[in-house]
Design a protein around this ligand. Sequence first.
Ligand SMILES: CCC(=O)N1CCc2c(cnn2-c2cccc(F)c2)C1
Length: 199
Amino acid sequence: MSHYKLTYFNLRGRGEIIRYLFAYSGIKYEDYRIEWADWPSIKPTIPFGKVPILEIDGVIIHQSLAIARYLAKENGVAGKTPLEQALVDAIVDTIDDFMSMFPWAEKDHDVKQRVFDDLLTNTAPGLLQDLEKFLGNKNWLVGESLTWADFYWDVCSTTLLSLKSDLEDSNPKLWVLKRRVQALPAIAAWIQQRPKTIL
Ligand SMILES: CCC(=O)N1CCc2c(cnn2-c2cccc(F)c2)C1
């Protein structure tokens, strides 16, 4: 039995997709949440100096999407064929490109608020419309079964709704999908038990 240790902050952020995959797989792992005060002393010990990282029996994987893709493949939710896996990656990257546009670490509150508001008001609607069209009348974003693209949509849309709740007023199929993911017993249980954080 492998030993898994996830290292990230006490945030959903870029760590939550990994936590979803562990919850779905039922595999036990250490969910180590770095205290902000400890980060300066921990950062130099981390390869490439960024988190999340996942240690698997001492082997360190960095980059949240690489970690998630590994766990998805190990647990049958990466896509059933290479073509489906490519579509999953394309959707995940599309969502991640948008999430990466936010200046999460901006120190100037006014600058941060202005960029966040612009992205949420002027960029998010187009992205959601494209995702709604891609989903169409399917139950899941890719193929005919759950993949980690569906998990990623739920993880990231939770944060987007926390920032702009009226995003839920358009693109109804996307919000039906969100509820379908959150109704999965393992995901529902994780959401109920996880530490409550703003982001
Ligand atoms: C100081 C750092 C911080 O506040 N956060 C880190 C990044 C982040 C947060 C919430 N979502 N999110 C995120 C999720 C997926 C992709 C991505 F680029 C970003 C909060």
